[in-house]
Design a protein around this ligand. Structure first.
Ligand code: HMG
Ligand code: MG
Length: 320
């Protein structure tokens, strides 16, 4: 496979399964299973695994065991050495908990829309920045890297399509606060490739380097891979995904699973782009986890590479 010179040679796959994936599951997994999930992801070569969430435990009970989980996970090494294990943090209380648990990288999150800021963070659009500002400042003073998510970058279930300048304005405010990376979230999965290109162009025009940007697609309308390819063509080289295609946001009803990591890795390897991820180990991890969740993985690649035992059609397999 000859790599396409217009695409990055290497992509960092930012795995969000243990956080975005499990936060939306009705089943609450025991901490030992979550820790094993993280260890398997690390063993499969994922370089970044967002492991836990230090939001209010009553808001997301599925992830209320963050402290315990960090102890259980320890500091596993991947095939290429140490991995980064960021945790989601909404405010200073969450930061205190994350620091006490030994986290070295956090991710804060803001909404590009007023309605979702109120529903997800219990703050107005402006009020969310008053909460995030001291969180980012103190995290940076502690030497932590800080990713910032912008949610509802393309559409919002209550407000409809979101204006490009509203998203760019939100993102720039987060960078001005000291965020070291911005992840552009299609929380409800309504983006299409042209819209992705227009948003990335708007960020570029406003002076934000594409090296600061990651993309975070949910796959509600089946557009996540096409959107990712559009983002790669604009120079984005960090892509969020969730093993097995789990995911969603409990505070946005129309949010469904994230782009499946297996689907992403299949496409990237097919394009000759390096990820460091072992697809077989990853598929085995999602099949193992599906057993604990009691439902099959929604990922097309997991289903193709690991068909149900009674499936009669033989599946041709050629991992790119
Ligand atoms: P609030 O009720 O306004 O909180 O919730 P508060 O600041 O008024 O505090 C009330 C009490 O909660 C206080 O205790 C605080 O100490 C405590 P009291 O003094 O009454 O005893 N408290 C906490 N306790 C533990 N951990 C904390 C914490 N914070 C306050 N961190 C809050 C505001 C932000 C806490 C709440 O709205 C919240 O936790 N929201 C999180 C919602 C969430 O997790 N959503 C899903 C993640 S975002 C997502 O999935 C999108 C993403 O994937 C990107 C995309 O797809 O677009 C990232
Ligand atoms: Mg998400």
């Amino acid at each position: 496979m000859v790599p396409d010179p217009d695409l990055p040679a290497h992509v960092t796959v930012y795995e969000v399964g243990p956080r975005d994936g499990l936060q939306n599951e009705s089943a609450v997994l025991p901490v030992a299973i979550k820790a094993e999930f993280v260890r398997r992801l690390v063993g499969a070569g994922l370089p970044v695994v967002e492991v836990a969430s230090f939001v209010h435990p009553a808001w997301v009970p599925q992830l209320a065991d963050a402290e315990e989980l960090l102890v259980a996970v320890g500091a596993p090494e991947g095939p290429a050495g140490p991995v980064q294990m960021p945790v989601l943090v909404p405010n200073e209380r969450g930061l205190d908990r994350a620091l006490a648990a030994g986290a070295r990288r956090i991710a804060v999150f803001a909404s590009a829309t007023e309605t979702f800021a109120r529903r997800n963070l219990n703050r107005s659009l402006d009020g969310q920045f008053a909460m995030i500002e001291p969180t980012v400042r103190r995290a940076r003073e502690h030497g932590l890297a800080v990713r910032a998510y912008v949610s509802m970058c393309f559409g919002d279930p209550w407000e409809g399509e979101v204006a490009l300048d509203q998203v760019v304005g939100t993102g720039r405010r987060l960078l001005d606060l000291g965020a070291t990376e911005l992840s552009l979230g299609d929380t409800i999965g309504v983006a299409t490739p042209g819209h992705v290109g227009a948003l990335l162009q708007a960020f570029a025009t406003s002076g934000v380097s594409v090296g600061m940007l990651a993309v975070h697609f949910h796959d509600t309308y089946g557009q996540a891979l096409a959107n990712t390819l559009a983002a790669l063509r604009h120079g984005v080289a960090t892509v969020d995904a969730s093993a097995g295609g789990l995911g969603g946001c409990p505070y946005a009803d129309s949010a469904t699973g994230n782009l499946a990591t297996e689907d992403l890795v299949w496409m990237l390897h097919g394009l000759g782009i390096e990820t460091g991820v072992d697809l077989d180990l990853l598929v085995a991890t999602s099949v193992w986890l599906a057993g604990h969740l009691g439902r099959p993985s929604p990922s097309a690649v997991v289903r193709a590479l690991h068909p149900a035992p009674h499936a009669s059609t033989p599946h041709a397999r050629s991992v790119p």
